[in-house]
Design a protein around this ligand. Structure first.
Ligand SMILES: Cc1cc2nc3c(=O)[nH]c(=O)nc-3n(C[C@H](O)[C@H](O)[C@H](O)COP(=O)(O)OP(=O)(O)OC[C@H]3O[C@@H](n4cnc5c(N)ncnc54)[C@H](O)[C@@H]3O)c2cc1C
Length: 417
């Protein structure tokens, strides 16, 4: 059976009628015990399983997913990848992820369609330009790429941008991160799943974790719709459902779940080479490889587990799009959807031990956890395998809500995605 993807194997299989491809991952029955179990088959859970096997040599590992792989936020997001944060802790985290993304297609032997087309964050006033230059300074000091652009340079990156100086949100300048970009979200989940499976990880779909097995005050496994599974260590990577599972484990998290929605237009000819975000409205967009304009915006601030959008948010996001690109008023919108995002008050993730010994957290990524999938998986794997923090994840421990050492990106960068 052919497993490796390459031009050579494609040609070989083409000549044989494509009958020899191995399935991308197996569908095993759950075993009664594993060394490590990860709850949640989104990008973070699958990446954790892969790095547990690859970096730490663990083979008896399972990912338990209640529905299908990547069916949560990983398959619903707008795929923007960047590290334009303010605090050193955040830049260290998101730039680590960006560097891993830069080699991920080759590492996983899977085309994740990572396109480093840059992110243009547009400022609309002298005041916003002050904030923009503070962000650029912070990013450069923290060792990642950033440039402050004039309006002419911004128009150069996105020629169809609204050039009207009397616009409600005129273009005063912009922050540019050229290494940022987009990737194919399903491919990131599938690539990690396939590579983890190749290292012996059991990926179990259609299996919901309903409770935790607790022995001597320690998490000893999970109860699922397909039976009890014992585990030496358990990781939680369920995004918008983190509070629900934390409640079953007997603790509360400083997380609020909200719906975040996005939409796409009909495909059109290439007209936009980069990702553009307006600081004034929070609306952002880019053109997908298929030609669709992918548009997203801010949170619907009504706590919810709904996975669909609503007309008031659509109106807000689309009016933001028309502020940026008036010519896009001619586009027909094709689809709209939403996901459940897990938002922490300081808009930074929670990575670390939970109050229940043996259970580790990877959550609170809110509106921005696609970009961090490789780092989130790497860091949770490190915690689960060693029982201690990697230096990059330490600042994101739950204990920051006791010590007060918040990583307040809500105030620092103020960018939603
Ligand atoms: C509209 C939208 C746009 C976004 N845009 C961006 C963006 O541009 N850039 C960016 O970086 N981020 C973005 N995000 C955020 C990003 O998608 C998430 O932060 C990220 O995908 C979280 O990944 P995850 O693996 O933690 O969670 P998920 O992908 O949600 O995976 C969690 C999985 O856990 C499973 N699960 C839940 N409960 C249980 C249970 N009891 N038992 C077993 N399994 C369970 C779910 O079915 C799900 O598959 C966006 C999100 C949305 C909704």
């Amino acid at each position: 059976m052919t497993r490796r993807y390459s031009a050579w194997t494609l040609a070989k299989e083409g000549l044989r009628g494509h009958g020899g491809w191995q399935q991308a991952w197996r569908s095993p029955e759950p075993k009664s015990a594993y060394d490590a179990v990860i709850i949640g088959g989104g990008g973070h859970g699958l990446a954790t399983a892969y790095y547990l096997a690859k970096n730490h040599g663990m083979r008896r590992v399972a990912v338990i997913e209640k529905a299908w792989l990547g069916g949560g936020n990983t398959g619903r997001n707008t795929t923007t990848i960047r590290s334009n944060y303010f605090y050193p802790e955040s830049v260290a985290l998101y730039d680590f992820a960006l560097k891993l993304y830069e080699g991920l297609g080759r590492e996983l032997n899977y085309n994740i369609m990572f396109s480093q087309r840059g992110v243009l964050t547009v400022a609309h006033s002298e005041g916003e330009m002050e904030i923009a230059s503070r962000t650029v300074n912070a990013m450069q000091i923290n060792g990642t790429d950033a440039e402050l652009l004039t309006p002419a340079q911004a128009f150069d990156k996105a020629p169809l941008l609204n050039r009207d100086p009397r616009a409600r949100y005129p273009v005063f300048g912009a922050v540019w991160q050229g290494r940022a970009g987009v990737a194919r979200h399903d491919a990131v989940a599938w690539g990690y799943a396939r590579a983890a499976d190749g290292l012996g990880v059991d990926i179990i779909q259609d299996c919901e974790v309903t409770d935790f097995l607790v022995e001597n005050g320690r998490c000893a496994g999970v109860e699922t719709t397909r039976g009890t599974i014992r585990a030496g260590t358990v990781g939680l990577a369920v995004a918008g459902h983190s509070s629900v599972l934390a409640a079953k484990a007997g603790f509360r998290l400083p997380i609020q779940s909200y719906s975040l929605q996005a939409m796409v237009s009909e495909p059109v000819k290439p007209c936009l080479d980069t990702v553009v975000l307006y600081m004034g409205t929070g609306t952002y967009l880019f053109q997908s490889d298929k030609g669709e304009i992918v548009v997203g915006g801010g949170l619907d601030r009504v706590p919810s587990y709904a996975q669909r959008g609503n007309p008031p948010m659509q109106r807000t996001v689309l009016s933001g799009m028309l502020e940026m690109f008036p010519s896009f008023g001619q586009l027909k919108m094709l689809r709209q959807w939403a996901g459940n995002v897990d938002v922490v008050p300081d808009s930074s993730p929670l990575i670390g031990p939970s109050p229940l010994a043996g259970l580790y957290l990877n959550c609170g990524w809110g509106t921005g956890g696609f970009k961090s999938i490789p780092a989130g998986g790497w860091l949770l794997a490190h915690l689960m395998a060693t029982g201690s923090h990697h230096a990059i994840s330490r600042p994101f421990d739950l204990d920051r809500f006791v010590t007060g050492r918040l990583v307040d990106e809500a105030a620092g960068s103020g960018i939603a995605h």
